[in-house]
Ligand binder design. Structure first.
Ligand code: NAD
Length: 380
């Protein structure tokens, strides 16, 4: 079977879904591989490096999409600016597409994929279970984003992060508050600690307290009733519960130099954690990085894709943070992709078994229908 990796065409994207290391392993698993000309350049992978690993470099993009059994990429299919055709229409009828579609935001593409009977796997729907950890792009990319968010804040802040004793006197460490201590938040805590900041973190899931403390940060303890669902994920809070949390957080933020917000609730808009009033209460010159900005934002004043100054506070609303660390983000994404493909390979063939747990979770469209219940309800 043949796998084609196109160049990403989404705005701001710098990553690529395959690297030479994974080309070699896909070939060893029984596949032939082609990569669109120039697909890896923004992630520092040359066409020659792909060729050396055994891939062919495709110059005719439309033909490469049509001929592939599997097309594998990062972003969900969008309108191709040069070919003036939607990527979902470029894949062959009945073919296989693997990409990180966010189903509720990509209903138009889903409709086309259904019409063309494409079997589309979404990396974002891979179940968060132990056997699938090695395929989990949400985690690999969130971890990169948590790390880079801290560096972005540090670069904006007119202060040192660490304690410094100098001949000109002592500099006290900066205070960093991290809201949401999932994969991204924990990496942000670790990074801010490595830079020497004092770190406090809050999450509605009390279970993360131990992890926060093991990284050398202080857990902001605001008791929350019924914060987790059966799968261990955050549940949406009542408005009065959220208001109580905001009052406590306002106190912590009034002395913070940096706030990094990562709070998300699966399938729901991001919770509002920092109101306009709370931004006003922060010290002049402080910095907020709103990592939830693409899902509605955790801060009332953040703007998608913009860095703005409000009430003397810089608010960063970068939309695709992993893409700014393109080399390692691509390497990890490509390994996750390889692990998914090899997991689904039986006797050197890509095998769609609807009973198999990863397939059942991640297969979004198949045989003309949409298998994702929430998207199906939105399509009706
Ligand atoms: P996420 O990106 O969906 O959310 C980020 C964090 O925001 C979560 O920790 C959540 O509790 C928190 N949050 C939500 N509402 C909040 C609020 N109002 N205030 C403060 N914090 C709030 O989560 P994630 O980082 O993708 O993963 C979180 C969970 O998934 C964890 O339980 C983690 O262990 C689990 N997980 C499991 C696997 C696996 O088994 N394969 C892989 C990754 C993550």
């Amino acid at each position: 079977m043949h796998i084609f990796f196109p160049k990403e065409i989404a705005d701001l994207e710098q990553r690529v879904a395959v690297v030479p290391e994974t080309v070699k392993k896909l070939i060893a698993a029984g596949y032939t591989v082609s990569v669109e000309k120039g697909a890896g350049l923004k992630a520092a992978v040359s066409d020659a490096a792909y060729e050396k690993a055994g891939a062919t470099v495709a110059g005719d993009v439309a033909q490469a999409w049509q001929q592939a059994d599997i097309v594998a990429k990062i972003n969900g299919p969008v309108q191709h600016p040069e070919l003036k055709k939607h990527e979902a229409e470029m894949i062959k009828e009945g073919g296989i597409l693997i990409a990180s579609l966010v189903p509720a935001n990509e209903l138009d593409a889903i409709k086309i994929l259904m019409q063309r009977k494409v079997s589309c796997f979404s990396m974002s729907l891979i179940p968060r279970i132990t056997i699938a950890q090695k395929m989990d792009t949400l985690s690999s990319q969130a971890s990169i984003a948590g790390y880079k968010a801290v560096l972005m804040a540090a670069a904006q802040l007119g202060k040192y992060f660490p304690l410094l004793m100098t001949a000109a006197g002592t500099i006290t460490p900066s205070k960093v508050v991290i809201l949401g201590a999932g994969v991204a938040g924990l990496q942000a805590i670790a990074t801010a600690r490595r830079l020497g900041a004092n770190v406090e973190a809050f999450d509605i899931r009390a279970a993360v307290k131990e992890q926060v403390e093991s990284l050398g940060a202080k857990f902001i303890d605001i008791p929350v009733a019924d914060a987790e669902d059966a799968g261990g994920y955050a549940k949406e809070q009542s408005e009065s519960e959220q208001e109580r949390q905001r009052q406590e957080l306002a106190k912590r933020l009034s002395s913070a130099d940096v706030a990094i917000t990562t709070a998300l609730i699966p399938g729901r808009p991001a919770p509002l954690l920092i109101t306009e009033e709370m931004v006003k209460g922060m010290p002049l010159g402080s910095v907020i990085v709103d990592m939830a900005v693409s899902q509605g934002g955790n801060c009332a004043l953040s703007e998608p894709g913009q860095t703005v100054e409000r009430e003397g506070v810089t608010i960063i609303g970068e939309l695709n943070i992993p893409a700014t660390v393109a080399i390692h983000a691509s390497q990890l994404y490509a390994r996750n992709m390889l692990n998914l493909i090899t997991h689904l390979t039986v006797e050197k063939q890509f095998n769609i078994d609807l009973e198999e747990v990863v397939t059942d979770g991640a297969l979004l469209t198949h045989d003309g229908s949409c298998r994702h219940e929430h998207s199906r309800s939105l399509l009706e």
